[in-house]
Design a protein around this ligand. Structure first.
Ligand SMILES: C[S@@+](CC[C@H](N)C(=O)[O-])C[C@H]1O[C@@H](n2cnc3c(N)ncnc32)[C@H](O)[C@@H]1O
Ligand code: SF4
Length: 258
């Protein structure tokens, strides 16, 4: 997203927004304007966070993000060995990610920044046995928070990547199968189109409209449908092309109580 659009987004939502998640489906450390976006958030009094796979090897970019005043960084690192990491990430740069994480932790200390660093471990069939060793590694390295969550997989890949026994063993505390994410979160794409959350269902038209029309959209039929279907007040309607129709929360699959 270019800076002008970003400033427009913040201008519209800054008064009520608590946190700006400065990433979507891409990689925020590859965004040449990421530092300026972080500074814009600070000026507007909005907490900023990025989620990154830490793969760009350019340490200067990592340092610049810390210096710009980012409040929280989530590291997507779904494995505790090169083999399991590679299975999903499709790259053998596991050691490079760990080195970058060590650099980030050391740089935070050196600059005495109040910055939360979280390791996100999305578990699946091939890495589930490494959760505890990764948790210990995170602790030893000085990471503030280790978060475990199931990998989202498309239905056609579920039997390989997320067989029921893997999910159920770790999701003992099932949620009540309703969703309130769309009350807390708005996703604005690079081009200003708006989604109710970050679900990336490839077969559906997901954009609800332009973020500048948010108020109108929020009161309109699509958001009304999202509120109804995600809380079980109505059945999924195939004519409404929204991600909720295929979301496990609506379809009744067991989901973790985040
Ligand atoms: C799509 S990523 C993009 C941001 C950045 N490139 C990264 O890797 O963190 C956004 C967030 O979704 C998480 N994520 C990615 N694929 C996922 C999946 N299949 N299931 C659950 N979370 C996933 C990532 O770990 C990250 O926190
Ligand atoms: S797609 Fe799922 S998570 Fe997203 S708003 Fe709809 S019900 Fe909630």
């Amino acid at each position: 997203m270019d800076l002008t659009t970003f400033e427009e987004v913040l201008g519209l939502f800054a008064d009520t927004a608590l946190i700006a998640l400065l990433y979507g489906y891409g990689e925020p450390l590859l965004d040449p304007t990421i530092g300026e976006k972080i500074e814009t958030c600070s000026r507007a009094g909005v907490t900023s966070m990025i989620s990154t796979d830490l793969l760009p090897a350019d340490r200067k970019v990592i340092a610049d993000v810390v210096d710009a005043g980012i409040d929280a960084i989530r590291i997507s690192l779904h494995g505790d060995s090169r083999g399991t990491y590679e299975k999903y990430a499709r790259t053998d740069k596991y050691e490079e990610v760990l080195d970058n994480l060590r650099f980030l932790l050391a740089y935070r200390s050196r600059r005495e920044k109040h910055l939360l660093i979280e390791w996100l471990f999305c578990f699946h069939n091939y890495n589930v046995h490494e959760i505890e060793s990764a948790r210990q590694k995170a602790r030893d390295m000085g990471v503030d928070h280790f978060r475990v969550t199931p990998l989202w997989v498309p239905p056609e890949a579920a039997s390989e990547w997320m067989p029921p026994q893997v999910l159920e063993e770790f999701v003992k505390d099932a949620a009540d199968l309703t969703c309130s994410i769309h009350y807390r979160e708005i996703m604005v794409n690079w081009d200003g189109t708006l989604r109710p959350c970050c679900r990336n269902e490839r077969t559906l038209k997901l954009d609800l409209g332009d973020f500048r029309d948010f108020e109108e959209l929020w009161k309109g039929p699509i958001y009304k449908y999202i509120r109804n279907v995600s809380s079980g007040r109505c059945k999924p309607d195939a004519a409404m092309e929204v991600p909720c129709n295929v979301c496990e929360i609506v379809s009744g699959r067991k989901v973790p109580n985040w």
